[in-house]
Design a protein around this ligand. Structure first.
Ligand SMILES: *Cc1c(COP(=O)(O)O)cnc(C)c1O
Length: 368
C-alpha cells in the first residue's frame, strides 16, 4: 500500500478546543466546515461532542452529515440557508441558522417551524462580504425578536484582518458592532481564531474558532499564545527510491534543481495531487527520519524529491514528515506561498488515521 497518510491527533484537537474556550472566557463553537479543514468533520466532531458548546459549518449538507453520524450538540449554519426549502430540515434537525440578508428574514417570517429557531444575525462591520448594514441592523433584529418562529437572536460579525496584529481595522469593526448592538441586549459572537489568540480586548459570548482547533497559528511570526497550540495533523510518507548522482545533474520536471555536489536523492510518495504545494521552492523544510531535511526539485503530481546527501543513514523506506509536529504547517505554507487554511483544505487521496480516540473506543467496547 502507498505509505502516504495523515495522522490526526484527536487529543491535540481537544487540547486546542479547551484553549479556545479558555481564551474566549465563555462558549465556543468549534468550526468544522470544509470537512474540519481537511481533518475529517465526523471524527473531529465526535471527538469534541461531549465538551463542545456546539459546531459551525458552511452549509446544511455538512450539518446533516454530522447529525447522521450521531452528533447531538448544536450546529450553526454559518451562511444560513441558501434556499427556503432548507428551513424544514433546519427545524427537523435542530440546526442554528445565521441570517445574513433580509430575504432570509422574510422567509423565516413565512415559515412554520415546529420549534422556534435559534438565529444568529450577522452584521457587516466592514468586511463587506456577508451581513446586514449597520443602518438596518437594529430594525432587523427587532423584527426577528418579535416573530413567534424565533426563539433567540445572537448578534454576530466577522473580522477581515484579525491576523494582522497591528491593523486597527479589528478595533474599528468591534466598535461598529458595539454601536449597532447597543440597547439590543443580545448575546454576541465576534472571535475567529486570530481574534481569540491575538486580540484579548475583543470578546463576545460565543467564540467561533476554526484554524486554531487544528493547531495552526494564523500569525506570520511566533506568538506566545498561538505557541500553546498543538498540531493535530501530521502528513507523512516514505522514501520509495534513491538515486546517486554526480554534480551537475538535473532533477525532475523542468530540471529546476541541478546537483552542486555528488548527491543522494530520495523520491517520496507525496505530490501535489495529495495536496502538497506544487510550487514549494528548493529548500522547503521537511523531516527525514526525524531530522531536518529539504525538498529539491519541482513537486510532481504523485512524488517529490529530497536531498539525502547529509542523511547517510536514510534510504529506502525512510520516514518523511511533510508537515506536522516537526515542520509546522504554517512554516510550510509560508515557504510555499500559500496559506495554512489552503494547505489543510487541499488534502486529498490519502487515508487518515486517528489517534487519541478514547471516547469512541470506550463506547464501542462498553458492554452496555
Ligand atoms: C470560517 C469561519 C470562522 C473560523 O475562522 P478561523 O479563522 O478558521 O478561526 C469563524 N466565523 C466565520 C463566520 C467563518 O466563516
Amino acid at each position: 500500500m502507498r505509505p502516504t497518510r495523515a495522522l490526526i491527533d484527536l487529543e491535540a484537537l481537544r487540547h486546542n478546543y479547551r484553549l479556545a474556550r479558555e481564551l474566549g472566557g465563555r462558549k465556543a463553537l468549534a468550526v468544522v466546515k470544509a470537512d474540519a479543514y481537511g481533518h475529517g468533520a465526523v471524527r473531529c466532531a465526535q471527538a469534541l461532542d461531549d465538551e463542545a458548546d456546539g459546531f459551525a459549518v458552511a452549509c446544511i449538507e455538512e450539518a446533516l452529515e454530522l447529525r447522521e453520524s450521531g452528533v447531538r450538540s448544536p450546529i450553526l449554519l454559518l451562511e444560513g440557508f441558501f434556499d427556503t426549502d432548507e428551513l424544514d430540515l433546519i427545524d427537523t434537525h435542530d440546526l442554528w441558522c445565521v441570517v445574513q440578508g433580509e430575504w432570509q428574514i422574510d422567509a423565516i417570517g413565512r415559515s412554520r417551524p415546529a420549534k422556534p429557531l435559534m438565529i444568529w444575525l450577522k452584521l457587516d462591520s466592514g468586511m463587506h462580504r456577508l451581513g446586514l448594514d449597520a443602518a438596518n441592523y437594529r430594525a432587523c433584529a427587532q423584527r426577528l425578536q418579535a416573530m413567534p418562529q424565533v426563539r433567540e437572536v445572537v448578534a454576530m460579525t466577522h473580522f477581515a484582518c484579525a491576523d494582522e496584529l497591528d491593523n486597527e481595522r479589528t478595533i474599528e469593526q468591534q466598535a461598529l458592532f458595539n454601536r449597532a448592538c447597543a440597547e439590543l441586549k443580545l448575546a454576541t459572537s465576534l472571535d475567529n481564531s486570530p481574534a481569540l489568540l491575538g486580540w484579548p480586548g475583543v470578546r463576545g459570548d460565543w467564540a467561533r474558532p476554526g484554524l486554531m482547533l487544528y493547531g495552526a497559528t494564523p500569525f506570520a511570526g511566533p506568538h506566545p499564545v498561538a505557541d500553546r497550540l498543538r498540531p493535530v495533523m501530521s502528513v507523512e510518507s516514505e522514501v520509495i527510491s534513491v538515486r546517486e548522482l554526480a554534480a551537475g545533474e538535473p532533477i525532475g520536471y523542468g530540471a529546476r534543481f541541478v546537483t552542486e555536489r555528488p548527491s543522494r536523492i530520495g523520491v517520496v510518495a507525496m505530490g501535489y495531487a495529495d495536496g502538497y504545494p506544487q510550487f514549494a521552492p528548493d529548500g522547503t523544510p521537511l523531516a527525514i527520519d526525524g531530522q531536518p531535511g529539504e525538498l529539491v526539485g519541482r513537486v510532481s503530481m504523485d512524488m517529490l524529491t529530497v536531498d539525502l546527501t547529509d542523511h547517510p543513514a536514510a534510504g529506502l523506506g525512510s520516514h518523511v514528515e511533510l508537515w506536522g509536529n516537526q515542520v509546522r504547517a504554517s512554516t510550510l505554507a509560508a515557504r510555499a506561498g500559500t496559506s495554512t487554511y489552503r494547505l489543510f483544505c487541499g488534502l486529498k487521496r490519502m487515508p487518515r488515521r486517528y489517534l487519541g480516540d478514547h471516547s469512541r473506543m470506550q463506547s464501542r467496547t462498553s458492554p452496555d
